[in-house]
Design a protein around this ligand. Structure first.
Ligand code: GAP
Length: 466
């Protein structure tokens, strides 16, 4: 069955038999808000949409950029021992043989003999008798068969086995393949890391929960190379550090946890692995994995390429094959998690008719930092407000001008976009050179000097992580 047919079948089954999944109603609100406000929506929608492909609109693209900037700031720009890389998506096919992806990067696939839906066998929960049945219609399932997740393509004009190439299923491998070049260019000493943000592709059997699991997604990965023997110490370090990154960015602690993998869960290359998990509306799910990859990758690439991939330690005069600790996070999963965690519905305050939906993003992640609003469209207020917006732009702060509708409505529109500060130009501005600044979460307003509006917002953004 094609994706479209499967989708149709699922909808049909949903209508008939299946009780709603936990959190389905809440997720429907998130998906609807994402489309309405331009965070993320189905790709190619005018052609009926392509299952599992999503486009990020004006607010979504800013949110994703901010997540990536925060990751880069904490992993690369705040450290002397980590450098960046931006490698090609299509690598030599032998990379994926050496890494074990051609032979081992697969999921067990089962089909329902009745409704024909497809499932990952390892995601199914046995019934009371210990049997696996179709979770959609209860039907009998086929035997599991292994399905390789790499997306294949052909390079050049001839489509035969000699032109096969793969879209990378993880960004990590280029950090191993380029290890020697990057180390030499930067004259890097152990321990050091190579970080990369970029697209990866997996032909997932089941795509689910909006942007949580799709076939095209972005990863933020860092390979941290250490002396063999120091690996466990650094594994603990990155486990802690990555957990704290999410809480520093305001994620509610009760919704975050670290979960160590059981032995049978671990990837073929890992000596130890922990997931940072978030309590999504449907249950706990992986946000990021931190793995001790040992010297598996460097050793296998050295063997397969015939090239020496080692680190020369000037102190001991010896060549060593470093061990690798890898924190590997997903941009799209983080974006969904930050949206869910930030989402609040607040009832109408006393004496007011309307409540509000507010996205309480950490200010550094908010797509728009400041909205500038003239109270009315006259008396020079729009012109003054536009000057303030320009001033924000001059200081690289993403600001937004809005003059449409009653000011209360405009505040609520910004609350729903997660904008932390609203600056309003009113009648008093022309008299004493002040404007109001409104805080999104408390809705409190204070007057500040118009010339200080940009500085005040920038200071609050800068201190927001302390
Ligand atoms: N290099 C190791 C690696 O790729 P992974 O746990 O398979 O490990 C790392 O992937 C992160 O990439 C995951 O924690 C998740 O955030 C993200 N990710 C993986 N597959 C994804 C998918 N199909 N859709 C969205 N994000 C995905």
């Amino acid at each position: 069955m094609s994706d479209k047919q499967q989708d149709k079948q699922r909808k049909k089954n949903k209508r008939k038999k299946r009780p709603p999944e936990p959190g389905e109603e809440f997720m429907a609100k998130i998906v609807s808000l994402c489309k309405r406000r331009g965070f993320a929506f189905q790709s190619s929608e005018i052609y009926g949409g392509l299952q599992s492909s999503y486009d990020y609109g004006p607010l979504g693209v800013e949110l994703k950029r901010n997540i990536k900037d925060e990751w880069w700031r904490s992993m690369v720009h705040s450290r002397e021992d980590v450098v960046g890389l931006d490698a090609a998506i299509i690598m030599h096919p032998k990379v994926w043989e050496a890494s074990g992806h051609v032979s081992g990067f697969s999921d067990p696939l089962v089909d329902c003999k009745e409704c024909k839906n497809r499932f990952r066998e390892d995601h199914l929960v046995p019934d009371d008798e210990g049997n696996l049945r179709c979770p959609e219609c209860g039907g009998e399932l086929t035997e599991a068969r292994q399905f390789n997740l790499m997306l294949k393509t052909h390079l050049g004009a001839v489509e035969d086995s000699s032109s096969v190439a793969y879209l990378r299923p993880e960004t990590a491998q280029s950090m191993f393949v380029d290890f020697q070049t990057v180390q030499a260019a930067g004259r890097l000493k152990l321990p050091f890391g190579i970080a990369q943000i970029g697209k990866s592709f997996r032909n997932e059997i089941v795509v689910e929960h909006f942007i949580y699991r799709s076939r095209e997604f972005e990863q933020m990965e860092m390979e941290y190379f250490v002396e063999p023997g120091d690996d466990e110490k650094w594994y603990e370090h990155w486990r802690r550090e990555r957990f704290e990154w999410y809480s520093r960015l305001g994620v509610r602690k009760e919704n975050l946890r670290l979960r160590d993998h059981e032995e049978e869960e671990r990837a073929h290359y890992a000596k130890a692995c922990t997931d940072v998990e978030y309590q999504y509306p449907w249950g706990w799910g992986e946000l990021e994995g931190i793995a001790n990859r040992t010297d598996y990758d460097l050793t296998h690439h050295a063997e397969a390429s015939g090239k020496k991939i080692t680190y020369f330690d000037p102190q001991t005069n010896k060549h060593v094959v470093p061990y690798v600790i890898e924190p590997a996070a997903g941009v799209d999963r983080s974006a969904l998690m930050f949206l869910i965690d930030a989402y609040c519905e607040e009832p109408a305050p006393e004496g007011k008719k309307e409540g509000r939906v507010v996205l309480k993003f950490h200010p550094r992640l908010a797509p728009i930092k400041a909205a500038v609003l003239p109270l009315v469209r006259k008396d020079g207020m729009p012109e003054r407000a536009r000057e303030i917006v320009k001033e924000f732009f001059r200081h690289s702060v993403n600001a937004f001008y809005d003059e449409k509708g009653a000011v209360g409505r405009r505040y609520r529109r910004q609350d729903e976009a997660g904008t932390p500060y609203c600056i309003t130009v009113d009648g008093q501005t022309a008299e004493d050179g002040t404007v109001t600044i409104r805080e999104r979460d408390t809705m409190e307003q204070e007057r500040i000097k118009v010339d200080e509006a940009v500085r005040v917002v920038r200071d609050r953004l800068a201190t927001a992580l302390d």
